[in-house]
Write a protein that binds this ligand. Structure first.
Ligand code: GLN
Length: 291
C-alpha cells in the first residue's frame, strides 16, 4: 500500500502509544517524521496528504523501532539542543543535559568580565556543548575544546563548524587524568563537566544511559572524584595567575569537589543549582598561594 505522510504519523503514534500517553506518542512520531522528511511541523501538517516515498517509509519504520527498543531520542535523531544551539550527537558523546546549563552559566557570567579575548579550555568536551555555548555568548572568547576521545573530538569539530566558530574555537586531544601538554599554554578559565559517576552508581544507571551512552564519559573512578582531583591539581599548570576553574558535579558531590579545589589553592566564589534545584556547579579562582 502506498502511504501518505499522515499515515506514517498515525502509525508511529500508534506504536508509541503502547508505552506513552497519546500526546507524548504523537509528539515523538511527529518529531521523527519531521527529522526524516526535513520538514517543519507546519509543513508536515500542510503536506499530510502527500505520498511518502519508500525510503521515508523505511527510515521512519527503523527510527520508531530504535526508540521503542529504548535508544535515546537524541541518538536516533543524531542531534540535540543545548543552550539554544542544535548540536550533532553520536554514540561517542554524552547527550548534552539541561543540568549542564548551570556550569555553562557560571562560566559565561565570569568570562564576560575577563580581559579581552580570554582563553578558555573546555576539558572533557564531548560534543563540545559547553565550549561552543560559551563561545557563542562571549563573542571575543577563544575556546579550546579538549577530550581524550578522538571520536568525540570529531563530533565537537563538526559542531564548531556548524556554528561557524572555527575562527575562535579549536579542538585538541588531551587526557584530563594526566598533565596538560605544555603546548596548550595558559588559560584564563578552565571549564569542565568531567565523568563523575561512582563505581556503585555505574551498576544502577538507567538502561537508556547504561546501554547507549559512552561509559568513558560517565565513569569517574570508585568515588566518582578522580577527574576533580586530577584537574584541580594537574591543570593548575595550564591556568594563568588568578585564573578560574568551573566544574559541573553530580548530586551530593558539591562539598567534596569544593574541598578538593580548596586543598589545591582555589578560592570558591560561587556554587549554583540546576533547573531541578540540585546543586550542580562551582566556580573558583586559583590564587597561586603555593608558588
Ligand atoms: N562536556 C560534555 C557535556 O557536558 C561531556 C561530559 C562528559 O563526557 N563527561 O556533555
Amino acid at each position: 500500500m502506498v502511504k501518505k505522510l499522515s499515515d506514517l504519523y498515525m502509525e508511529g503514534r500508534k506504536a508509541f502509544s503502547q508505552r506513552e500517553d497519546l500526546q507524548t506518542a504523537g509528539l515523538l512520531s511527529r518529531n521523527l517524521l519531521c527529522h526524516i522528511t526535513g520538514k517543519t511541523k507546519e509543513q508536515l501538517i500542510a503536506d499530510g496528504q502527500m505520498y511518502a516515498g519508500d525510503q521515508v517509509c523505511a527510515e521512519m519504520e527503523q527510527a520508531v523501532e530504535r526508540v521503542l527498543s529504548g535508544e535515546p531520542l537524541a541518538y536516533v535523531l543524531g542531534q540535540w539542543d543545548f543552550y539554544g544551539l542544535t548540536l550533532t550527537v553520536t554514540k561517542d558523546v554524552l547527550i548534552p543535559r539541561d543540568d549542564t546549563c548551570a556550569v555553562t552559566d557560571l562560566a559565561i557570567k565570569q568570562a564576560l568580565f575577563l580581559e579581552s579575548s580570554p582563553r578558555i579550555l573546555d576539558l572533557c568536551t564531548g560534543s563540545g556543548c559547553i565550549g561552543i555555548a560559551v563561545a557563542s555568548r562571549v563573542k571575543d572568547a577563544r575556546v579550546t575544546c579538549a577530550d581524550i576521545s578522538k571520536e568525540a573530538i570529531a563530533v565537537a569539530k563538526k559542531n564548531i563548524t556548524a556554528h561557524k566558530l572555527t575562527g575562535r574555537v579549536s579542538c585538541v586531544q588531551a587526557d584530563a587524568l594526566g598533565m596538560p601538554a605544555p603546548f596548550l599554554g595558559k588559560f584564563d578559565m578552565i571549564v569542565s563537566n568531567p565523568p563523575y559517576i561512582t563505581a556503585q552508581e555505574m551498576t544502577e544507571l538507567d538502561d537508556s544511559v547504561k546501554n547507549y551512552e559512552p561509559h568513558l564519559a560517565l565513569y569517574g573512578g570508585t568515588d566518582g572524584l578522580d577527574f576533580y582531583r586530577s584537574i584541580a591539581k594537574n591543570y593548575k599548570a595550564a591556568l594563568k595567575p588568578g585564573g578560574y576553574l568551573c566544574f559541573e558535579f553530580g548530586m551530593g558531590q558539591g562539598d567534596d569537589v569544593c574541598r578538593i579545589m580548596e586543598e589545591n589553592g582555589y578560592t570558591i566564589l560561587e556554587r549554583s543549582r540546576d533547573y531541578s534545584n540540585i546543586e550542580r556547579a562551582v566556580i573558583g579562582r586559583y590564587d597561586r598561594k603555593e608558588d
